[in-house]
Write a protein that binds this ligand. Structure first.
Ligand code: SAM
Length: 265
C-alpha cells in the first residue's frame, strides 16, 4: 500500500482518519518502503563530494530508517522532509537516540514546496518517495537546489523487462503511472540535466527481510488493536496482497537506485 499525497489540505479534511491510521501503522515499522542499510551505503559509496560543511536533504524521509544510516556514514548536515508530522516526530526522536540531533533534523514539509536556496545542496536523497511528486517532475524541480556537481540519489519502482504480464501492469500502473524500464528512466535522468553515475536493482532482501517480514508483526499488533475495524482490516489485506504480488512477479519489477550528478545543460 502506498501513501500518496501532495497537499496538507487533503490530509486534514478528506482523509484524516485514513492517514492517521496509516501513519500509526507505519510508526511501528523501521522503514516505510523497500530498502536496506546495505543498499543505502552502496548508493552512498558512489558519492564523492561530501565534507563536514555539506548540506544534504532526505526527501520523503518517513521515520528516517535510511537517514540515520546515511548520517552515521556521511559527513554534513542532513535535513529530512516528510508531509506527516508523526513521522517527523519519530524521525527527530530517532536522531536524538542516536545522538545525531546536532546534524540531523526532520521538518514537516511537502516535497513540492522545499525551503532551499538555489544551488544550496550538495546531495538530495530520496528513497521510495519521488513518485509522490512524479519522477521527472522531481528531477526537474529539485535540480536547481543542487550545487554544480551536486548529486541526487533516488529509488524508484521500475520494470526489469520490456514486456510484462497484464496482471502486474494493471496492479502497478495506477499507483505508479510513471513506472518505466531502467533504460528509459536513465534517459529521463539525462534529459533533466544529470549524468547517471550508478544504477542498481535493490536486492530481494530489501523487500523481504527489510520490508514485508517486519510488517507481519506490525500487522498483527494493528489488527489486535483495531479488531472489527473494517478500514484497518482492509489496509492489512491490501498490504498482504502487495506482498503476494511481489513474490509472484518479482522478476518483472522492483526498486532501482539511481545515482546521478548535476551537469551543465
Ligand atoms: N524514505 C522512507 C523509507 O524508504 O522508508 C519512506 C518511504 S514511503 C514509501 C514514502 C514517504 O513519502 C512517506 O513517508 C510519506 O509520508 C512521504 N510523502 C508522501 N507525500 C509526500 C509529500 N508530498 N511531501 C513529502 N513527503 C511525502
Amino acid at each position: 500500500i502506498y501513501i500518496t499525497t501532495m497537499s496538507n489540505e487533503s490530509i486534514t479534511t478528506i482523509h484524516e482518519f485514513d492517514f492517521n491510521l496509516i501513519c500509526e501503522f507505519f510508526l511501528n515499522t523501521e522503514r516505510q518502503g523497500p530498502g536496506s542499510p546495505e543498499a543505502t551505503l552502496k548508493a552512498l559509496s558512489f558519492i564523492d563530494n561530501l565534507t563536514d560543511k555539506s548540506l544534504i536533504a532526505d526527501i520523503g524521509c518517513g521515520t528516517g530508517g535510511q537517514t540515520m544510516v546515511l548520517a552515521q556514514q556521511a559527513p554534513g548536515q542532513i535535513t529530512g522532509f516528510d508531509i506527516f508530522p508523526s513521522f517527523i516526530d519519530r524521525f527527530n526522536s530517532n536522531a536524538k537516540e542516536l545522538n545525531l540531533q546536532d546534524r540531523v533534523k526532520g521538518i514537516v514539509r511537502s516535497m513540492d514546496d522545499l525551503p532551499f536556496q538555489n544551488e544550496g545542496l550538495d546531495l538530495i536523497w530520496c528513497e521510495g518517495a519521488i513518485y509522490n511528486i512524479g519522477f521527472e517532475r522531481g528531477l526537474n524541480e529539485w535540480r536547481k537546489f543542487l550545487k554544480p556537481g551536486g548529486y541526487i540519489a533516488v529509488t524508484e519502482s521500475s520494470w526489469f523487462t520490456k514486456k510484462r504480464p497484464a496482471e502486474i501492469e494493471h496492479y502497478c500502473m495506477p499507483h505508479f503511472p510513471e513506472m518505466n524500464t531502467i533504460s528509459n528512466k536513465i534517459a529521463q535522468i539525462e534529459k533533466a540535466g544529470y549524468m547517471p553515475v550508478a544504477t542498481f536493482i535493490l536486492p530481494e532482501t530489501c523487500w523481504t527481510d527489510h520490508y514485508f517480514t517486519p510488517m507481519i508483526k506490525a500487522q498483527e499488533m494493528f489488527l489486535d488493536k483495531y479488531a472489527g475495524n473494517r478500514m484497518a482490516e482492509e489496509f492489512v489485506e491490501l498490504q498482504r496482497y502487495d506482498a503476494e504480488i511481489y513474490h509472484k512477479y518479482k522478476e518483472f519489477y522492483g526498486y532501482v537506485f539511481y545515482i546521478a550528478k548535476k551537469v551543465e545543460q
